[in-house]
Unconditional design. Structure first.
Length: 293
């Protein structure tokens, strides 16, 4: 449904072939029989196969001439790099941010143990330094590095009437001490100038942490690269899939390759533990999931 139609018979045939391959990946029918985890060989024409600097190669493939395009919302809106884990995403985002010729501003969060009844008796056991070190999905880091021109993504619903929802992408246009000004990148409010203030956030999955805590921080994360899971629902013209480690959950590879609107817009960089470029990766599909639907 996401793939765009072509004008010629050959283009339509290519789209049909690509869409059928995507569905086979999602159904666990691509490559060897799959009911769990299987190694899948990817087509050569979507692979980045020759590289010296791995991160630079995937960034250049998806964001060519980035430094000259930071004022072009259309260019930024239609591109993203996807990766399986937050650690990999942070590495790539830090690299892209370093290439932007602008002054970097660092915002530090204020973290404290929540004044919740469940925390009575343990509030003094956890230092501020420990709370600052916590990183988790859906929560901005204690140290948030930003530059004018950077793409960011909202991590909370702020004002749905203005399109400021969890997952909304924006371009930073000004960095103040107490507020961030940004331009909405997509949706019905595309082009709107908005102000983002600090808010108090509590991790949604408190089971993972020994104590409930609150973090006061801007609810955004740099988003030239995002996790595969966070990309669900996105339709993009250019998608880079960066796999220094394989996907690890059911349907994750399918979600990644199905974000793109044409085969020519998909580029994949895979490498093994020895940092050698590869043409194969894991595809995780549990057939029993479909049987329960």
């Amino acid at each position: 449904m996401r793939l765009r139609g072509g004008d010629s018979c050959s283009e339509l045939a290519q789209i049909k072939e690509f869409s059928e391959w995507i569905l086979k990946v999602g159904d666990g029918e691509a490559g060897d029989p799959n009911d769990g985890e299987v190694e899948l060989y990817l087509p050569n024409d979507i692979l980045i196969q020759h590289t010296r600097d791995l991160i630079a190669s995937i960034v250049d493939a998806i964001y060519p001439s980035l430094e000259n395009q930071l004022s072009n919302p259309e260019y930024l809106q239609e591109r993203a790099i996807l990766a399986p884990t937050h650690e990999i995403v942070d590495l790539v985002n830090d690299y892209v941010l370093s290439r932007i010729d602008a002054t970097e501003k660092i915002y530090f969060s204020s973290d404290e143990v929540s004044k919740d009844e469940s925390n009575i008796g343990v509030r003094d056991l956890y230092t501020t330094e420990f709370l600052n070190s916590i990183k988790c999905s859906g929560l901005p880091n204690h140290e948030l590095k930003l530059k004018v021109g950077a793409i960011v993504m909202l991590l909370r619903n702020i004002d749905q009437s203005r399109g400021l929802c969890n997952g909304t992408r924006l371009i930073v246009i000004d960095l103040g001490s107490h507020v961030i000004r940004a331009t909405v990148l997509s949706g019905s409010h595309k082009g709107d100038k908005v102000h983002i203030a600090r808010i108090t956030l509590t991790p949604s999955d408190s089971i993972k942490f020994p104590v409930q805590f609150d973090r006061s921080q801007f609810p955004v994360v740099v988003c030239f690269t995002m996790t595969i899971n966070k990309s669900q629902g996105q339709s993009l013209a250019y998608v880079g899939l960066y796999l220094p480690r394989s996907v690890f959950t059911h349907g994750q590879l399918y979600v990644a390759i199905s974000r793109v609107i044409s085969k020519k817009g998909l580029k994949v960089l895979i490498y093994d533990n020895d940092k050698r470029v590869s043409n194969r990766t894991n595809n995780v599909v549990y057939k029993e999931v479909f049987e329960k639907l």
